[in-house]
Design a protein around this ligand. Structure first.
Ligand code: SF4
Length: 362
């Protein structure tokens, strides 16, 4: 599998929880940025056919229709396989029929919306600009043209589980095939962190996670990754490639690529990027790091890691490793259909399992 991620760092407003690589939308930067992005793509892309393209940010949809036209025409030099996934991230308030038509004309077939919460007070607390009516109106409009739609939700902004229950109920009402649900993480340098916003109690966070998982699964969604749920056939191809530790290009400010065992990070400094100094780091990953990364990412998937694939790739025998055997004996990991996976009960606490694996001799 091979994907391409394109980063558009501009946002109309900065959300209180956000630690992504972003800056305020400033019209005079856009053309220069897109010109430089075009150069980077021409410079680095080797012409392979891709399984997926993902335009993320920032807020790609914050660009005007003309700017988006320029962006999509730049990206159109990337070749796609016959069966592909092509996603663009959008904010609810940016959606117009002109943008929808433009997306379709360039072959985009998946829209991912940053909703975060249907509760107007909760959304406002996070710094979002939309309200519930706008979410419904603009997603119903989008549904007339796209069937593959995702929304992102954030829970744990306050300890009231009724807000989470309402968010999930509204999502189910929208009847769309994919949702990503993330617990609020208070990252350094965010507005929440600076304002000393308090995290919620861990037990309540865990209760919210269980509620979300049980409710969505009972409504036919496959809980295919720790934070992701999809109707059968709508699992994200692009994101699954990340969890399988596959190869991908990352173009644009702060984007990361993983190609031929090299993890390549682009600069997060706009001035440097606009001067054509794209790359800030290029690290070769040795076999131990690759094995750990395969496990760290693969165990996020509910189907887990294909044991034969892992063994063939690394000429090893995964199930004979002491740390893995102990975790199976302790019931944290299990083998199902020749896959090594986290026991459902412990998917939420996957990090503590990983610590035991990474501290061991693989
Ligand atoms: S969460 Fe999205 S829209 Fe909000 S500031 Fe971050 S990148 Fe921009």
């Amino acid at each position: 599998m091979l994907g391409a991620y394109i980063h558009i760092p501009f946002c109309k407003k900065i959300c209180n929880y956000c630690d992504f690589c972003k800056m305020l939308y400033f019209p005079k930067y856009i053309d220069k940025y897109l010109d430089e992005l075009a150069k980077e793509i021409v410079d680095r892309y080797k012409g392979e056919e891709l399984d997926s393209i993902y335009i993320g940010g920032g807020t790609p949809s914050s660009l005007s229709t003309e700017e988006l036209d320029k962006l999509l025409s730049i990206i159109s030099i990337l070749k796609l396989k016959d069966k592909y996934e092509y996603t663009i991230e959008c904010n609810i308030e940016d959606i117009t029929i002109d943008k929808i038509n433009l997306f379709m004309s360039y072959g985009i077939n998946r829209i991912s919306f940053g909703v975060q919460s249907f509760d107007d007070n909760n959304a406002k607390k996070m710094g979002r600009e939309h309200n519930e009516d706008m979410v419904f109106d603009n997603i119903y409009l989008t549904k007339k043209y796209f069937n593959n739609i995702n929304i992102d939700l954030i829970y744990g902004v306050n300890e009231n589980i009724d807000v989470v229950k309402n968010d999930i109920r509204k999502f189910l009402e929208l009847d769309i095939p994919h949702i990503s649900c993330y617990s609020l993480i208070l990252e350094e340098h965010t507005i929440f962190y600076i304002n000393k916003f308090k995290s919620i109690n861990e037990d309540i966070d865990s209760e919210m996670y269980s509620y979300i998982s049980q409710t969505l699964v009972s409504h036919g969604y496959n809980h295919y990754e720790i934070s992701n749920y999809a109707r059968p056939g709508y699992e994200s191809i692009h994101n699954k490639n990340y969890w399988l530790n596959g190869n991908y290009y990352g173009f644009g400010l702060g984007a990361v690529s993983y190609l031929d065992n090299y993890r390549i990070s682009n600069t997060k400094n706009m001035t440097k990027y606009l001067k054509g100094e794209y790359q800030s780091k290029k690290d070769y990953e040795d076999v131990k790091t690759r094995k750990e990364t395969d496990l760290m990412l693969g165990l996020r998937l509910s189907e887990g890691i294909d044991i034969d694939t892992f063994n063939n790739k690394y000429h090893t025998s995964l199930l004979e490793k002491d740390a893995i055997r102990e975790l199976i004996d302790d019931n944290y990991l299990e083998v199902v259909d020749n896959h090594l996976r986290c026991n459902d009960k412990y998917l939420y606490t996957e990090n503590s399992i990983l610590t035991r694996i990474i501290d061991s001799d693989l």
